[in-house]
Design a protein. Structure first.
Length: 250
């Protein structure tokens, strides 16, 4: 479990470094990628997932409490290694305690990755910009604020993520991490418009904490009033995906 803990920290840190990094490149002042648009952000996040999954190979690369909770709900191993004859040589069981350790690691990694992204773009964060732009590098926010409907959007998008991730584990595919990366790009392109598609409580909460504590000039509020939506919406989506996967796929 120790290897899995560090694997989730490192993988989630890589995810947030590259994911927050592409957002910073597109929306912060005086960057090379300024104005690159929504699809660049989508592809950047997809490639961030691609890199994070490879880094976190020792834990099953959850990188996301919603995935961990979905696997726990579906009673599927968090990580499993099989030998040449199909025998299981290593397995991390889906227990509540193991889930807690995974989620703690993901939150730590997300916080660290956001701090690294801030360091990479420090001089651009120092430029004058609307506080909401600086916050958007770290955390998601709705285009039309309606907590109930924003919650529904996050739950649906996360359901799609977790349900298909579980299906990947039960269907033959040689795509590996690329399949998950493309899935994230697709979710962002199709369902990301209303809320910015957190689909990951750690991805939103860890960086939001980083935004709150980092010395960013003119950063404004961390919008804690909204912060529960990208945490609990994905959790509900993950649970529903795990339940349906248990009935339909497993």
């Amino acid at each position: 479990m120790q290897h899995a803990f560090w694997s989730e920290i490192l993988g989630t840190a890589m995810l947030l470094l590259l994911g927050a990094g592409v957002v910073a490149n597109v929306i912060l002042p005086k960057t090379k990628g300024n104005g690159g648009g929504w699809l660049l952000i989508n592809f950047g996040w997809g490639l961030a997932v691609f890199a994070g999954v490879y880094v976190a190979f020792k834990s099953g690369a959850h990188l996301n409490p919603a995935v961990t909770i979905g696997l726990l709900t579906a009673d599927q191993p968090f990580y499993q290694v099989t030998g040449p004859e199909g025998q299981v040589t290593l397995s991390i069981l889906p227990t509540v305690m193991n889930a807690v350790w995974y989620i703690i690691a993901q939150l730590i990694g997300a916080f660290l990755g956001a701090v690294l992204a801030w360091l990479a773009y420090k001089k651009h964060f120092d430029q004058e910009a609307e506080p909401g732009i600086k916050l958007a590098v770290f955390s998601t926010g709705p285009e039309l604020r309606s907590y109930a409907w924003n919650f529904v959007t996050e739950a649906i998008a996360t359901f799609v993520l977790v349900f298909i991730v579980i299906a990947f584990g039960k269907t033959p595919s040689g795509l590996g991490p690329l399949a998950v990366a493309l899935l994230v790009v697709g979710i962002g392109a199709s369902l990301g418009g209303p809320t910015g598609y957190a689909i990951n409580p750690a991805r939103d909460l860890g960086p939001r904490i980083a935004h709150a504590v980092l010395p960013i000039p003119g950063k404004g509020s961390s919008d804690w009033a909204y912060s529960w939506v990208p945490v609990f919406g994905p959790i509900v989506g993950g649970v529903l995906a795990g339940l349906l996967a248990n009935a339909y796929i497993l």
